[in-house]
Each structure stands twice: as C-alpha cells, then as structure tokens.
Design a protein around this ligand. Structure first.
Ligand code: 5RP
Length: 237
C-alpha cells in the first residue's frame, strides 16, 4: 500500500522533472521519519541514512527523553547533538526504531549490516514495537541477496563458519573490520535468498555465528521509501 508524503514537480504529462541525488533522497526520507517521533525513548540505527535521521532528530530533540543507539558511532553522533543515550539494558520497550537497510522487499524482509552494526541493530529492533525502515528506492528489491549478506562471527570460529556458508552455496569474504562487539564479519556473496526466514534461522544455527544480517523473523513494520516521485509509505501487502 502506497501513500505520498512529499509533493513533487511534474511535467504536463505527470512525469517527474526533479532528479535527486541518492543523498538528497536519504535526507528526504529522514525528514519524513521524524514525523513518527512523538515522545519517550526511541531506537536509532546506523549508517548514512540513519545519520541524516539523527540530523533531523536533533531539530526536535525536545520532544524525546533520549535514544538507544545501535552502534558506538550512532551513540557518539547522538551525544554530539545533545541527545541522551540510554543503555539498552535500562529500557523495557521502545515505541519506534528507525534504521536504514541495504535491501528490503515488499514483505518487509530486510538485509542489513553493511555498516557492520547488524547484531546491535537486531537487538534494538527486537525491543521496538514499530520498526520504521528508511531507504532510497535503490534498496527496494524483489529478492534479497545481491548485496552480500553480512554474518557476524566469533573470531575463533571464522574458518569453520566460512566452510559451512560455502556448503550453503555462498562465497564468504572476510571484511577488514572489527565489530563493536569485538567480532569479525563474513560478507557472503552469491546467495539468492528466496526464503529469508529459513535462511536467517539456518545461518544463526551455525556454531560461532553471533547473528546474520537477515531481518526476516522480525521484519520492518513501515517502509519509508524515497523515490523521484516523493517519499512513499509502504506497509506489508
Ligand atoms: C548498518 C546498516 C545500515 O542500515 C545499512 O548498511 C544501510 O546503510 P546506508 O543508510 O548507509 O545505506 O545495516 O549496519
């Protein structure tokens, strides 16, 4: 279901005559997300789109008590804007969690973790009543997996997990990166993920995996999608 929240300029035939850069689209969707910020403590994600959201959130920070961050980078950015950051363990529930994604489908299944914050993102998402995913239209796909699937792994299990992922048909590549939790990330290429709920569970069963970047068991509730025709609000079909 689509509804428009941003007007756009059209030519005589109704075609869009405004070309936006990807960053402009991210800014527009971040602005739209702030309309969902009411009060209390909110969850804030990680990445360039989430960073634009933080900029917009800072303008209305008086409305909220504070935020829970899905990464150290986001926590620092929130503090820099004078927004109080709460420890996840001190918060029982969150009305909303706002975060980006690397890919999302019409079923609201997401592939996340391009910024390496997937585990904390999944924890904050689990506590939130409403997951608001903010993306530009390049992220809206019919099948997940073109973007390599990040898998956070305990360092000593790296090789054994990589072998298991190869058996599943993937091509794991070790990222030159250490997560906020002190772990490593395998980016798994060449997966066509037709059953994201099953694949998410299967990969999480491999010993040594902390979690993987499929957000299918807990999908998004609302997708705000920035397009050349404005920001569309998409909910599950
Ligand atoms: C970080 C994430 C991000 O939400 C995802 O990578 C999208 O990032 P960006 O908004 O920069 O495109 O999952 O771990």
């Amino acid at each position: 279901m689509y509804s428009y929240t941003f007007a756009d300029y059209k030519d005589f035939w109704g075609n869009s005559i405004v070309a936006y850069t990807q960053d402009e689209l991210k800014q527009q969707v971040a602005k739209a997300a702030v309309e969902y910020v009411k009060e209390g403590i909110i969850g804030v994600g990680t990445g360039s789109t989430a960073n634009y959201f933080i900029e917009e959130l800072a303008k209305v920070k008086g409305r909220i008590e504070g935020a829970v961050a899905s990464s150290e980078a986001t926590a620092q950015r929130l503090r820099n804007h004078g927004i109080k950051v709460y420890d996840m363990n001190d918060v029982d529930s969150l009305d909303i969690y706002v975060d980006g994604a690397d890919e999302i489908t019409s079923a609201m299944h997401m592939l996340k973790g391009g910024g390496g914050a997937l585990t904390r993102e999944k924890i904050v998402a689990a506590v939130a009543k409403t997951f608001i995913c903010i993306c530009d239209e390049s992220k809206y796909v019919s099948v997940l997996g073109k973007f390599p699937l990040p898998v956070e792994v305990l360092p000593m299990a790296r090789s054994q997990v990589a072998r298991a992922l190869v058996k599943m048909g993937g091509r794991p590549v070790l990222r030159d990166f250490t997560t906020d939790n002190g772990n490593v990330i395998l980016d798994v290429h060449d997966l066509t993920i037709t059953d994201p709920v099953k694949t998410e569970a299967e990969i999480n069963q491999i010993v040594g995996v902390v979690t993987n970047g499929l957000f299918a068991a807990r999908p998004a509730n609302i997708l705000l999608l920035a397009t050349a025709d404005g920001v569309k609000t998409v909910t599950k079909k």
